[in-house]
Design a protein around this ligand. Structure first.
Ligand SMILES: O=C(O)[C@H]1O[C@H](OP(=O)(O)OP(=O)(O)OC[C@H]2O[C@@H](n3ccc(=O)[nH]c3=O)[C@H](O)[C@@H]2O)[C@H](O)[C@@H](O)[C@@H]1O
Length: 410
């Protein structure tokens, strides 16, 4: 499949819709994840990554001693100054995770007060460390399976491991997180009258018999399979959400997220995009599970954050699919990632980049055969559509991982 379609340069993300202006320059966001870094070897220090800014975290990796020194600057990225009437108190559970950290960046830059709850099981402090100390920001180490009391206007409830190896690592804890965590956060929403948004998943459709998947499809889930802890956990979380809406009038939003990728994805989390990019960058064999004929549709994280913010502030209370409709077989996707990595390596002066092999490994049990979102509802009710081509996102993620490798973080 060709990924070389020419794509327009995206300079701004977000929308000004539903009384909530979420527009931000892409370069501002980038400066938060493509952070400056230096590598020291003997007397020589080389700069890698983005140009130096006087905020965020800087790292110097000393190759000889294998030590890394972080410096956090007391200056923060400038945030929008909002009048009190517009500034919201926003809770983001799982805010130190991959998706959560991008949402936090956006909400902080927009001028809101953000509290992050995270138990750091799969999230990491470093994803949002550039905000620590900011007057509008608070980070709390807390597990959502325990109640949490706070006064807030909006709750984005993201907390839950999302990668198959992570969520299957402790299946009982995953179900507990989905059920107890959602129960606690809905209880909080009921008491504070905060609007509540839960990030559900395309996995509620299981191994779908309908294609593409619309929100009114009930799904095809094996309730005793290895994925059930996540799939059924999210299904019961949705049930709870609408239970609180019907019984207690809680103002709810449900996002069903389809495969998402981007910078800050944990390099070891085992999902396909991070695995393929890192394997290609390190010159290792790329591992396609099964024959690679299963399909997925991948969306870039900035599109997802746009969708979440629109959903939270818009009128739609039914579940909404948020995903990109460009469907790849996994084998096609492996080839596309390999081509993109080679193109970038050539652009960087590597004359003949080593062509990595694609090898096949066993297909995980109950791995869904086909997955593509029908996003008509998001288009009609939120006026949301994905804007980032897969190639644009993969290119940016390659550069992010390259700088992480250079810094000794991978
Ligand atoms: O994003 C979604 O909609 C949901 O599905 C994902 O699950 P999955 O689609 O299986 O995600 P990956 O682990 O990235 O796998 C995608 C496909 O690539 C394959 N794969 C994965 C990794 C790898 O190295 N090679 C490989 O061929 C898998 O077998 C699967 O067919 C994640 O579980 C969830 O984060 C999410 O809720």
């Amino acid at each position: 499949m060709s990924t070389s379609t020419s794509t327009e340069k995206i300079t701004e993300v977000g929308h000004n819709r539903f009384g909530f202006d979420s527009r931000i320059e892409v370069d501002t966001l980038r400066s938060l994840y493509l952070t400056p870094s230096y590598i020291k070897s003997g007397d020589k220090t080389t700069h890698v990554g983005a140009p130096h800014k006087d905020y965020g975290t800087e790292s110097v990796y000393d190759k000889d001693s294998n030590k890394i020194q972080y410096t956090t600057f007391a200056k923060f990225p400038p945030v929008r100054l909002l009048p009190n009437s517009e500034r919201k108190r926003i809770l983001v559970t799982g805010g130190a995770g991959f998706v959560g950290s991008h949402l936090v960046d956006r909400l902080m830059l927009l001028g809101h007060e953000v509290t992050v709850l995270d138990n750091f099981f799969t999230g990491s402090r470093t994803t949002v460390s550039h905000w620590v100390g900011h007057p509008n920001f608070e980070m709390v180490r807390h597990d959502v399976v325990e109640p949490f009391l706070i006064e807030v206007d909006q709750i984005y409830h993201l907390a839950c491991p999302a990668s198959p190896p992570h969520y299957q690592y402790n299946a009982v804890k995953t179900i507990k997180t989905s059920f107890m965590g959602t129960l606690n956060m809905l209880g909080l929403a009921k008491r504070t009258k905060a609007r509540f948004l839960i990030t559900s998943t395309s996995e509620v459709y299981g191994d779908p018999e309908e294609h593409p998947q619309r929100e009114d499809y009930w799904g095809h889930v094996n309730c005793i399979g290895p994925r059930a802890c996540y799939d059924e956990g999210k299904r019961v979380a949705e049930t709870l959400t609408y239970g609180y809406q019907r019984q207690d009038g809680v103002d709810v939003r449900v996002a069903r997220i389809f495969n998402t990728f981007g910078p800050r994805m944990n390099p070891y989390d085992g999902r396909v995009v991070s695995n393929f990019i890192l394997q290609a960058l390190k010159g290792e064999d790329m591992t396609v599970y099964g024959d690679g004929s299963q399909t997925r549709s991948f969306q870039y994280v900035h599109d997802l954050v746009d969708g979440l913010i629109l959903l939270m502030n818009g009128p739609e209370t039914r579940p909404v699919n948020i995903g990109n409709g460009h469907e790849f077989t996994i084998l096609e996707f492996a080839e596309a990632v390999r081509d993109i990595v080679e193109d970038i390596q050539k652009e960087q002066g590597v004359a003949n980049p080593k062509r990595v092999n694609i090898i096949h490994k066993e297909l995980p049990t109950n791995d869904p055969q086909r997955r593509r979102p029908d996003t008509t509802r998001a288009k009609e009710t939120l006026e949301w559509q994905p804007r980032w081509a897969v190639r644009q996102g993969v290119e940016e993620m390659v550069r992010y991982y390259q700088s992480q490798i250079a810094q000794g973080n991978i």
